[in-house]
Design a protein around this ligand. Structure first.
Ligand SMILES: [Zn+2]
Length: 479
């Protein structure tokens, strides 16, 4: 079995239940498993390869618990700066349906390949994908060496608007049941591929588009398969009011009532809550999440860019909710996610010390691992998977360096990430992903977007063009 070692001035090593700052450390792994973590001189064995990271920083890889790789890159240049005020600033009811209807299968495949490169360049080593192109995601995850949990999403109905004022629902219960059946078959077909790097999970799509029966069956199926269970919930103001209209309960309360919540459940995004100001509806949804051990996938940017903030990351943590971090939309950068999660919590709490670099780094590593039921991910310790990141220690953004976690959270850029190791394999070295032409990936994505933008009117309830729905930042130059 191949044995490799990395040495660096700073190692974020795991000890006694938490991360520790190890000065001048070494990490050694055999095959896909870490066998030694300690001071640089503490290992007296040999290694087939030694990566000398010099003044650099070695950290665990980041766990990205909520992504839609097959479509998120197409958000760029279209959905930013736009949110429907009548739908609580959300883009879910006008922008995303128009984009989805205008896309095509080739575009989805271009998005998936592009996303894999983007994830590796920005620190994601484990990603949870919710979508409808599972086979393609599995194939690209195998090709790029990414650790991936993949779910084929399904639902009993869909939302739509036909007047731009109200959200309506079209139901097809049989499609939901068929979707669950296919999603289970997908898990069974892919679980454990690529030396265990590929795993499955179940994801009924959204709390307001799945019937109680479908959610109960999903819960039972996830338990039988022993896989995580993900659901979008409390993600928009219209969804919140739809659930209270149907049941007289908040979305989270209703999920509690039907026995859905629990430690294997990861809710994206749990932001519009009973007890929060977005719905101004009293209750204690945060307490319910904590009491049931339910995990939250916090994708801070997709909300922050529209002016919506969790209230607040530090309050969820203080109540004992297991918080994880996710990119969800574009840019699919966990570096950006760390930064926004910390800073926005400080702003909401009006307190500098509310959410620290420690808090968000823990969420992106140990929090994600806990949500997945994995004590061998998100940490550098003997017995853990060799998923690790090697960062520059001396650069325009990382210097001066005293506290590597603060520098990563508040200053690092993707260019500071030099080398990525997943399951013991070097999948990116000196910022190069072997065998991958990044310019080609960008070219294919641009072509996909240029096919999509003219078709936007087909998916918009009012038939608006891309420029009507989302005017360019500046008017065209005349002449
Ligand atoms: Zn999502």
């Amino acid at each position: 079995m191949v044995r490799r070692m990395v040495r660096a001035s700073h190692v974020v090593a795991y000890q006694d239940g938490g991360h520790r700052h190890l000065r001048d450390g070494a990490v050694v792994w055999e095959g896909g498993t870490i066998v030694h973590v300690g001071p640089a001189g503490s290992y007296d064995g040999t290694a087939d390869e030694v990566i000398d990271a010099g003044t650099g920083v070695v950290t665990p890889g980041l766990i990205n618990t909520h992504a839609h790789l097959y479509e998120s890159p197409l958000d760029k240049s279209f959905v930013e700066d736009k949110g429907s005020r009548q739908f609580g600033l959300s883009g879910l009811f006008e922008y995303l349906p128009a984009r989805s209807a205008a896309s095509d299968d080739e575009a989805s495949r271009a998005c998936i390949a592009f996303s894999m490169a983007e994830l590796l360049r920005t620190g994601t080593t484990t990603v949870m994908e919710i979508g409808s192109f599972g086979d393609d995601v599995v194939a690209q995850a195998e090709r790029f060496g990414v650790r991936a949990y993949v779910a084929q999403g399904y639902r009993s109905g869909r939302w739509y608007t036909d007047d731009g004022k109200t959200v309506k629902y079209a139901w097809d219960e049989a499609a939901g049941e068929e979707g669950l059946r296919k999603a289970v078959a997908f898990v069974e077909a892919n679980e454990g591929r690529a030396n265990g790097r590929i795993r499955g999970f179940l994801s009924p799509a959204q709390v307001d588009t799945c019937t109680e029966d479908l959610l109960r069956r999903s819960k039972d199926a996830a338990r039988a398969l022993g896989v995580p269970l993900a659901l979008h919930a409390s993600q928009s103001v219209p969804e919140f009011w739809e659930m209270t209209r149907r049941h007289g309960r908040t979305p989270i309360e209703w999920l509690g009532d039907i026995g859905f919540l629990g430690p294997e459940v990861i809710l994206g995004h749990a932001i519009i809550l009973g007890g929060g100001t977005w719905a101004n509806y009293h209750g204690d949804d945060i307490g319910l999440l904590a009491d049931t051990g339910t995990n939250v996938a916090h994708a801070v940017w997709v909300f922050a860019r529209r002016g919506i903030a969790m209230e607040s990351f530090s309050r969820y943590r203080a109540r004992g909710v297991n918080m994880t971090l996710a990119t969800d939309t574009a840019p699919q950068s966990m570096i950006e996610t760390l930064r926004w999660a910390a800073v926005l919590s400080k702003v909401v709490d009006r307190q500098t010390e509310a959410t620290t670099a420690t808090d968000v780094f823990d969420a992106a590593t140990l929090g994600g691992a806990k949500a997945l039921g994995r004590d061998d991910l998100g940490r550098l310790a003997p017995g853990a998977k060799a998923d690790l990141l090697v960062w520059a220690g001396e650069s325009l953004t990382m210097t001066p360096l005293r506290d590597p976690i603060r520098n990563l959270v508040y200053s690092a850029q993707g260019e500071d990430l030099a080398t990525v190791v997943i399951d013991g394999e070097v999948v990116m070295r000196d910022r190069v992903i072997p065998g991958v032409d990044v310019a080609r990936l960008a070219h294919d994505l641009q072509a996909a977007a240029e096919r999509m933008w003219p078709r936007i009117p087909n998916g918009d309830w009012a038939g608006r063009t891309v420029d009507e729905l989302s005017p360019q930042s500046y008017p065209p130059f005349a002449g």
